[in-house]
Design a binder for this molecule. Structure first.
Ligand SMILES: [Ca+2]
Length: 265
């Protein structure tokens, strides 16, 4: 859709907004280049993904199957070795929990659960369980801006939490041209912005953390389509900022690959 038509449509939607579901027009496209790709274990139902140093940390969902794992960014040689390579560390999440978003702050990993209203806290170095904290609502995505934890719950609202008590400090509505942007899922805080996967969509939106306004979006449909995935739940859902490479690692639920994506400014 070109910008003129989009502007016309948005103007029309403004007058009949009460008659239609809120659907924002496309934000300013962000162009990107794929710098590299590597294998991703297709057994991982990716919910949270982050990079620390030379390792990935990833949470994998579903009841009775949830995991917290870490593995090196550098792959072992050979296709067989890549697929079968063991995790550096693996922690099985109790079967009653459906693991969701994952964030790192200091020496702790914070893991959301979907509907169990329980935040699980682990030691980063060992992946040993430390404690749990109750909260209200659903857990989808989680990230940290270095001071607070930021949670999504599948709506258009982001929740900023105290890191010690997980109490909600503030909420932020995410919108584009005054229309709500919902189904926010996996999150990543990088370069002063919040980046969010939209569930069952091939887009990642760039959110101004002060206003909630979507200031740009990445359309990654070409990456997903190249994988020729069979299952409709194999959605884009993994964003990890790699400080060393100044680029994002991108993957999805049960995807066989991860992509290193550098965005253009
Ligand atoms: Ca992330």
């Amino acid at each position: 859709m070109n910008q003129f038509i989009c502007a016309l449509l948005c103007t029309s939607l403004f007058f009949i907004a009460n008659l239609l579901p809120a659907t924002a027009c496309a934000a300013t496209p962000i162009t990107f280049e794929v710098l590299a790709e590597r294998t991703h274990k297709p057994t991982l139902f990716t919910q949270g993904l982050l990079v620390d140093g030379d390792h990935f940390y990833e949470s994998s969902g579903l009841y009775n199957q949830s995991l917290l794992v870490t593995y090196p960014i550098a792959e072992p040689a050979g296709t067989w070795a890549k697929i079968s390579a063991p995790f550096t560390k693996k922690q099985v999440v109790p079967s009653r929990y459906f693991a969701e978003g994952l964030a790192l702050l200091g020496d702790k990993l914070y893991l959301l659960t979907w509907q169990e209203q329980t935040l699980l806290v682990y030691d980063k170095a060992t992946l040993n369980y430390q404690k749990s904290i109750s909260y209200q609502g659903e857990g989808w995505g989680l990230t940290s801006d270095g001071k607070q934890l930021i949670r999504s719950d599948g709506s258009d609202t982001l929740y900023f939490h105290n890191t010690d008590t997980f109490a909600v400090i503030k909420t932020l509505k995410v919108s584009n041209d005054d229309l709500a942007v919902s189904k926010l899922n996996e999150l990543e805080f990088a370069q002063g912005f919040i980046w969010a996967n939209i569930w069952h969509d091939d887009r990642i939106v760039k959110i101004d953390p002060a206003t909630g306004e979507v200031v740009g979006e990445l359309n990654l449909s070409q990456l997903k389509h190249a994988l020729a995935l069979k299952n409709s739940e194999q959605v884009l859902n993994g964003i990890a900022w790699d400080e060393k490479r100044q680029a994002f690692w991108i993957t999805g639920k049960n995807w066989p690959k991860m992509f290193l994506v550098r965005i253009n400014h």
